[in-house]
Structure formats: structure tokens, C-alpha cells
Design a protein around this ligand. Structure first.
Ligand code: T3D
Length: 262
């Protein structure tokens, strides 16, 4: 059988392509395990300085593979808390904990956990034809993969509830103007733009970028005084990176910096 995840590393970018196109790249256990392993590599391998996540075929990801949840084959319903604990929650935690930027190129429809996993990435570009669907209500579930945390923070309760309760699709343009994603781009330009962005980030001051990502994520759970303390501590660490010394030297020498990620 085909590998459910294509993994390629070049020029500091680890490109992960969800590869179950016949099922719009829906998550099954094999795909989850492959993603977990690849993100583990992104953590451990210092030559990986950015991750690019995308999907093969016409969809990005249709969420959980419902073929693996067929009630006609049950004796009793499955305990879905187990799959969240085993797969979805660790995936979202890994994406957010990774001290390196994760770019997501949403090439087509992103539904259910597929939408919320995209939103958990650091910079999300979407093809203008892509749609985001909080599909959970359509099958009697609640939004997972961080959706109920993220949506009200970004959208406010009114839009968050409307999307989650109706399962209505959101266009890439609306997702961008509502702040759910960074940018909607023309379909044919998506992968070039996403690759260029990932390459640029991979050539950046990785230490400082990772610290910045975590400061911004953690701000939601801190007050201003605690956040100022966190900035102080992160700046101390950034100031000890060799990329900081290189950045200032390059500025003073009026040349482009050559960051190494250390
Ligand atoms: O269970 C747990 O562990 C709990 C965790 C839950 C997390 C979740 O994500 S729950 C939400 C699960 N996802 C959905 O409910 C979305 C289901 N899919 C759709 O509603 C539609 O496919 C889309 C709106 C995403 C796209 O529609 P469309 O018309 O562009 O495509 P299509 O024809 O529906 O799908 C194309 C093929 O992909 C089709 O197969 P076929 O008929 O060509 O053989 C379809 O069955 C398959 N497919 C799409 N989504 C899934 C899927 N197969 C299995 N699971 C899917 N989620």
C-alpha cells in the first residue's frame, strides 16, 4: 500500500504531504503514526529548520477517516476519547511545541480535524478554492483538535458558534479576512508561495523564531506582567544565540545575514 505521508527534507525544510488522496487525506492510524514520527524528526534533527505541511490531490484533509468508524460493524460505540488522547491531542501539542515554524499550505478542502490541524500550524496559506468546514456537527460530534479553544479566541463566540453548530463551509478569503489563516492565494501560486515562505523561514534565526512562536502562543494564558517577564527570559536566550551576533554584524556591515539556526 502507498505510504500515507510523503516526507522530504531539502534546504532546511521538512515537507510533509498527507497522502491518502482518494479519501481527501482523511486521518487513519497509519497516517497519524507517520505524522507523529515525522514531527519527532523535525524536533530532533537540527538540520530541519522549518516544516511545510500540505495534502496530495484535490483535498487538504477531511478529518477522521469515517470508514474506520462504521457503526454497522460495531457491537458497542468506540471510545473516542482514546483516539483523541492517542492521536489528535498529541498531534496538536507537537505542532505547537515544535520550536521551529510550521507552514501549512491548504491545497483544498479542510474538514473536521483537518481544518483544526491546519489552524494549529503557525502560518497558514490556503488556495483560494479551498474551504474550511467544522464538519463535526454533521455527524453528531464536537469540534476537536483544539477547535473549541481556537475558534472563539480568533472569531469571538458569535462566529465560532455559528461555524461549529452549522458546519457551514468558510471560504479561504473569509478565513483570511477573519484571521483564521494568514493568506488566501491563487490556486496555481499556492505551492510556490508556501515553499518560498518555508525556505525563507528555514534560513532564519531558528532559535529566535522558536522563542517568538512560543511567546505568542503562551500570551493567551498570561497577564501583561507575566508576559513581560517571559519576553525578558526569551530575549536573554535569543541574545545568546550566534544568529543574534550574526544579525547585528550583518546589519553593521550592510550585508545580508547568514543565519545558522544556532
Ligand atoms: O473518530 C474519532 O477518532 C474522533 C475524531 C474526530 C475528528 C474528525 O475529524 S470528525 C469529522 C470527520 N470528517 C467529516 O465528517 C468530513 C467528511 N467528508 C465530507 O463531508 C466531504 O467529503 C467533504 C466536505 C470534506 C468534501 O466533499 P466533496 O464533495 O468535495 O468530496 P466527497 O465526494 O465527499 O469525498 C471524496 C471521496 O473522499 C469520497 O470517496 P469516494 O466516494 O470517491 O470513494 C469520500 O467518501 C471520501 N472521504 C471524504 N471524507 C472522508 C472520506 N472517506 C473517509 N473519511 C472521511 N472523513
Amino acid at each position: 500500500t502507498e505510504t500515507p505521508l510523503l516526507v522530504e527534507c531539502a534546504d532546511g525544510v521538512l515537507t510533509l504531504t498527507l497522502n491518502r488522496p482518494d479519501k481527501l487525506n482523511a486521518f487513519n492510524a497509519d497516517l497519524h503514526r507517520a505524522l507523529a514520527e515525522a514531527l519527532g524528526r523535525a524536533e530532533d534533527d537540527a538540520t530541519v529548520r522549518a516544516v511545510l505541511l500540505t495534502g496530495a490531490g484535490r483535498g487538504f484533509c477531511a478529518g477522521q477517516d469515517l470508514g474506520d468508524r462504521d457503526p454497522r460493524t460495531w457491537d458497542a460505540p468506540p471510545d473516542l476519547s482514546v483516539t483523541l488522547e492517542t492521536y489528535y491531542n498529541p498531534l496538536v501539542r507537537r505542532l505547537r511545541a515544535l520550536p521551529k515554524p510550521v507552514v501549512c499550505a491548504v491545497n483544498g478542502v479542510a474538514a473536521g480535524a483537518g481544518a483544526n490541524v491546519a489552524f494549529a500550524c503557525d502560518i497558514v496559506l490556503a488556495a483560494r478554492s479551498a474551504r474550511f468546514i467544522e464538519a463535526f456537527a454533521r455527524i453528531g460530534l464536537v469540534p476537536d483538535a483544539g477547535g473549541t479553544w481556537l475558534l472563539p479566541r480568533i472569531l469571538g463566540e458569535a462566529r465560532a458558534k455559528a461555524l461549529a453548530l452549522t458546519g457551514e463551509p468558510v471560504s479561504a478569503d473569509d478565513a483570511a479576512s477573519w484571521g483564521l489563516i494568514w493568506r488566501a492565494v491563487d490556486d496555481e501560486a499556492l505551492m510556490d508561495e508556501a515553499r518560498a515562505l518555508a525556505l525563507r523561514l528555514a534560513a532564519g534565526p531558528t532559535r529566535g523564531l522558536g522563542l517568538t512562536k512560543h511567546l505568542i502562543q503562551d500570551a493567551a494564558s498570561r497577564d501583561i506582567d507575566a508576559q513581560l517577564d517571559a519576553e525578558r527570559d526569551a530575549q536573554r536566550a535569543a541574545g545568546h544565540s550566534s544568529d543574534y551576533a550574526e544579525g547585528v554584524t550583518a546589519f553593521l556591515e550592510k550585508r545580508a545575514p547568514r543565519f545558522t539556526g544556532s
